[in-house]
Design a protein around this ligand. Sequence first.
Ligand code: GTP
Ligand code: SPV
Ligand code: MN
Length: 586
Amino acid sequence: MSTPLEKWVEEAARMTAPARIVWCDGSDAENARLVEQMMADGTFLPLNPRTHPDCYLHRSDPSDVARTEQVTFICSRTQAAAGPTNNWMAPAEAKERIGGLFRGAMKGRTMYVVPYVMGPAASPSSKIGVEITDSAYVVASMRIMARMGNVALDRLGSSEDFVPGLHSLGDLNPQRRFIAHFPEEKLIWSIGSGYGGNALLGKKCFALRIASWMAREQGWMAEHMLILGLEDPTGHVTYMSAAFPSACGKTNLAMMVSALESSGYRVWTVGDDIAWMRIGSDGYLRAINPEAGFFGVAPGTNSKTNPNVMDALGCNSLFTNVGLTPSGEPWWEGINGTPPAGTINWRGQSMTAENGPAAHPNSRYTVPARQAACISPRWEDPEGVPISAFIFGGRRARLAPLVYESRGWQHGVYVAATMASETTAAATGAVGVTRRDPMAMLPFCGYNMAGYFGHWLAMGGKIAHPPRVFHVNWFRRGADGKFLWPGYGQNVRVLKWILERIEGKAAAVETPIGFVPAPQALELEGLDIRMQTVEELLRVEPTDWTAELDSIRDFFGKFGGDLPPALGQEHEQLQQRLNRVVIPQK
Ligand code: GTP
Ligand code: SPV
Ligand code: MN
């Protein structure tokens, strides 16, 4: 008698016709074999064994360097279930079209069966996925990003309770690339890409798109959020989760070296990208990090901005699409000065003006979370950590102040649902275009976002101690076009204000959009910043917000009658508060 997993593997093999099937156990020996093989076929280039033992450089196809949202589909039975913000394809059509591409796709290749656990192995909140892939790079990456191999098979046994994900590189042609999710079946099909969230199916496909659907069905939350613990001078740790869109600072906030460490404020990392949260028996939202590694943006990372990750990258790490120095070390823009002579770029070309930057803007490192010095002692707590604050934010050159607090849960959901940010290189397409990205979930919500907003509103009523809701913006620019706020480790000053708001200690000024820090309430000791800049950072410009409301109204309009009335009410109330302070133009 074969198990449900064996049956699915047989079915996938019949469709894709691989030359051989390898069941991955996750062992060191298996990894060593894969690494040997990838060095032999050029998939991996070894890095300097002295400075970077067991580290490798991988170059993806130049047409396959970021998530591709235009070919990402939610294949729910009805289009209404996917909603106006997702691409939708009928399940039968998807099976037909994409199935056609999978037919024979693994001819002559090895099919790897990669079982994995999302979440700490012993957590009741964890879930099992199995990815079938013909990419050895994906196998090596999944081994870092999830608990992979026998640990998952042992937990699964003969159960059918796993999320299957079928992945093939196909021919890497962007015209034949599809990332498809069948939420009713809890099935993922991805073909034509070997990069990041398109190919490591445990991450965005399972832990966000499929999991968000499950979470609504089962009364929990799957969010694009980091999880951090802020330790105060007494040693007490307060946990917070933050949702920023892709490449807007989650990893850096979660892993920061606090600028206030000498006065006893320290940041501990629980997760850097995804949070799964359930209501605990104590009435707090309890968060686990479903992942086991960090797949972080390389450019801009250096020993000043993120020393914790720089130290962690010294061994057992993969680098994708970064430059390579003549001494065999990874190099990217912002790591340290100018590239050493003889550095080659991410495509293996010499560094000339025509050949562009050394590292692709969405180049990434892949590193085991446990290697970070800042990893929280509770990062694998099976019950999860209790969340006291939600922080939302994005890149807004002008509109949003450095930080503000919402007026309560319902207003907080409105703040999150109306978030917007300038697009980044994490997804293909134009960079720097402001778009609505509710809860940083626009590309990741597996169902109709109107229903998702409704789920958020409903959760608020069920959580005895709901997190307080804040909004931050590290990216406000001055008249000279430069960032006003130093960011990175200095962001702890904002976290400290948030902590003191939770504790009822910090002073705030009420504005139409919420509460901003009172002039003296932000800890600025030791920071070289002018008071005028601080005022500029905290300013709420009512006329800018009035214009924003029009754009929000257009966005909400997409959802028609599905939009929860509470959000419409919040919108009206904000409009009224703004009307009271905006002096009518003659
Ligand atoms: P994903 O992995 O795509 O979800 O991204 P992320 O949200 O984890 O973003 P990450 O922390 O990797 O940062 C993305 C880029 O923003 C990097 O180039 C960082 O150097 C830069 N960045 C992060 N935090 C700050 C900050 O506080 N200020 C400024 N100016 N830049 C920042
Ligand atoms: C993101 O784009 O939000 C990422 C990178 O975290 S990827 O895994 O490629 O989705
Ligand atoms: Mn992300």
